[in-house]
Design a binder for this molecule. Structure first.
Ligand code: PEP
Ligand code: CO
Length: 447
């Protein structure tokens, strides 16, 4: 295979890249980006890789979640704290169900660029470039707003830095209240047929926390610093390259914009630029796998992305959809198992379950999301592997974008608080309920 360098991807076909009208401004932005200090460090990246290796061995569980696309407007304290809170609460529920440690990875602090199926969008006879994430252009349907603007790369980088700065501060500050079910918003629980089971789980989490705190004489959050890692789709390769660095006393190159970059289902071509870029960085990397991927293609990607079969290096995030997973996933798992590839199996039950309502809104059904998770747990278990992680699009706010759950979001409710520019997210209640159901599944799997 050819020599890798941070720019070797430029010799391969790169899809989903922006098109800037002024190359001079773009080059100047890239020069600035490549000099700014990094957002994360190599030792954090290596810590995450070790944790993912543990998850691949079945000793840990990965919880990854956040917005489909972060928006610049939502870079504010309340929204960030709410996202951290829901991920932390979900992780406590999963610790309870799975009886193993949970690694929390946000889809945040850099999830600003989106792959799109169409280049343009037409409204009332006017055709404009599609919205590609706040780091590329703006959602408003207007020529100036939709033109790709390289300065937005700097604005995105800065907001990623502000986000990560606030997250680090909240974590250092203990974030204590959020550990305690006394502070959770559990009103929705009573509407579920599983109400008493949910309450037993929550009470038992509270008891364990109080027991630990009595035992150690300290607050759990203070005693055991909870860590959060960041992730985003490594889509805009110029941006990723500008932050790809060598660090003292470590071999190789690190992408220092995020801990865990992933390759999307649309840009995973074996001979494409994205796979070329990802194969050379030291970070743990994730790969979305979904239709129409074949077992052979998956194996070839495992070979290129993790030639030394290093544990923790490669996470495969399956996103087939509840209706396709039973057919699509088993041959892939079998091929990977047979070839002896060490991977962490993760399920993204969101992206294969998107549908459009009669009024034209993109949505997802709670029961389909849950069904894909259940099926995936079984498929992996039957193949002698195990599901070691989950990947959700969610938010800590009370949006109405996905249907169902105990709180009973209906089609008529969607318009009330539909805020996403891209994919529909689970809201606070739906996300917490999903965690309770997942914990239940994990407990059943242990038996
Ligand atoms: C996403 O994660 O938002 C996404 C576009 O996913 P996928 O690449 O799996 O379609
Ligand atoms: Co999405």
């Amino acid at each position: 295979m050819n020599e890798w360098s941070p720019d070797s991807w430029q010799r391969k076909p790169a899809t989903q890249q922006p098109d800037y009208p002024d190359p001079g401004v773009f080059q100047s932005v890239l020069r600035q980006l490549s000099r700014l200090p990094p957002l994360v460090t190599s030792w954090e990246i290596e810590t995450l890789k070790r944790q993912l290796a543990e998850a691949a061995r079945g000793e840990r569980f990965l919880l990854q979640g956040g917005d489909c696309s972060e928006s610049f407007e939502d870079c504010e304290s309340g929204v960030i704290a709410a996202k951290l809170k829901i991920l932390l609460q979900m992780s406590l529920v999963l610790v309870h169900g799975g009886k193993k440690r949970v690694t929390r990875v946000g889809r945040f602090a850099g999830q600003y660029a989106k792959p799109r199926s169409a280049h343009t969008e037409t409204k009332n006879g006017v055709t404009l470039p599609t919205y590609r994430g706040d780091m590329i252009n703006s959602p408003d349907f207007d020529v100036a707003e939709r033109t790709h603007d390289p300065e937005l790369l700097l604005r995105g980088y800065e907001r990623a830095a502000l986000t990560i700065n606030f997250i680090r501060a909240l974590i250092d500050g203990g974030f204590a209240d959020l550990h305690h079910p006394e502070y959770w918003e559990l009103g929705f629980v009573w509407k579920s047929p599983l109400a008493s089971e949910y309450m037993r789980m929550v009470e038992s989490i509270g008891e364990s926390l109080r027991f630990m705190e009595t035992l150690t004489g300290s607050n759990v959050a203070e005693g055991n610093r909870v860590d959060f890692f960041t992730s985003h789709e490594g889509l805009h390769l110029w941006y990723e390259q500008a932050q790809t660095r060598q660090v003292p006393r470590r071999a190789g190159w690190y992408n220092l914009t995020t801990h865990l970059p992933w390759i999307g289902n649309r840009t995973r071509a074996l001979d494409g630029a994205h796979v070329e870029y990802f194969r050379g960085i030291q970070n743990p990397v994730a790969l979305k796998i979904g239709p129409p991927i074949s077992p052979e293609e998956t194996l070839a990607l495992c070979e290129v992305l993790n030639p030394n079969n290093e544990p923790g290096r490669l996470t495969l995030i399956a996103r087939f959809g509840a209706d396709k997973v039973a057919q699509g996933l088993p041959p892939i798992v079998e091929a990977v198992q047979r070839a002896g590839k060490v991977v962490l199996w993760c399920c993204d039950p969101m992206h294969g379950n998107t549908e459009t309502t009669s009024s034209g809104l993109k949505t997802r059904r709670f029961e389909k999301i849950l069904a894909e998770l259940e099926t995936s747990f079984c498929i992996l278990k039957e193949s002698g592997a195990h599901l070691g992680g989950v990947h959700f699009e969610l938010t800590g706010d009370n949006v109405t974008e996905c249907l169902g759950g105990a709180s009973g979001v209906t089609e008529a409710d969607l318009a009330r608080a539909y805020r996403t520019q891209v994919d529909p997210r689970l809201n606070y209640e739906q996300a917490l309920e999903m965690a309770l159901l997942l914990a239940r599944l994990m407990a059943q799997q242990r038996k």
